[in-house]
Design a protein around this ligand. Structure first.
Ligand SMILES: [Ca+2]
Ligand SMILES: [Ca+2]
Ligand SMILES: [Ca+2]
Length: 143
């Protein structure tokens, strides 16, 4: 009986879209499968993502490239909701202000984000920390 209740609870958890998304992202980044994402795993994941986004391979990612990548991942981009636009995301970490992200800008931004999401500062992101980080990204408009 207890076991069934537990399974139901797990099933319900998996249906929560935000968590499922963070979970999916996490699984991709957690290369050693220990259930948390280390700084090294996060950096590797960010580098891989940069390569995927840089469609023309010129070493920088524009808002258009980021949009195209996002559309490909999600299937439909109409569901953007309150998420930051690609242009906004780029602006946040585009340190030289040329409107595109270099690999260095992207990895510096990813490192910064890692630090922000790592709530307890142990150098590892748990699924819960990742989820909280993504929620914060959606809800904070200005700082
Ligand atoms: Ca790991
Ligand atoms: Ca490019
Ligand atoms: Ca730039």
């Amino acid at each position: 009986m207890k076991r069934n209740a537990l399974h139901a609870a797990i099933g319900a958890l998996l249906l929560v879209p935000a968590l499922a998304m963070a979970d999916d992202k996490m699984k991709k980044m957690d290369t050693n499968g220990d259930g948390s994402v280390s700084a090294a795993e996060h950096t590797a994941g960010a580098t891989k993502m940069f390569g995927e986004m840089d469609a023309n391979g010129d070493g920088s990612v524009t808002a258009a490239e980021m949009d195209a990548h996002k559309a490909k991942m999600k299937g439909d981009k109409a569901k953007g909701g309150r998420e930051m636009s690609s242009a906004e995301k780029i602006r946040a970490i585009d340190t030289n202000g040329d409107g595109a992200l270099s690999a260095a800008e992207h990895s510096a931004g990813a490192q910064k984000k890692f630090g922000e999401m790592d709530a307890n500062g142990d150098g590892n992101l748990t699924a819960a920390e990742m989820k909280a980080g993504h929620e914060a990204m959606k809800t904070t408009k200005d700082r």
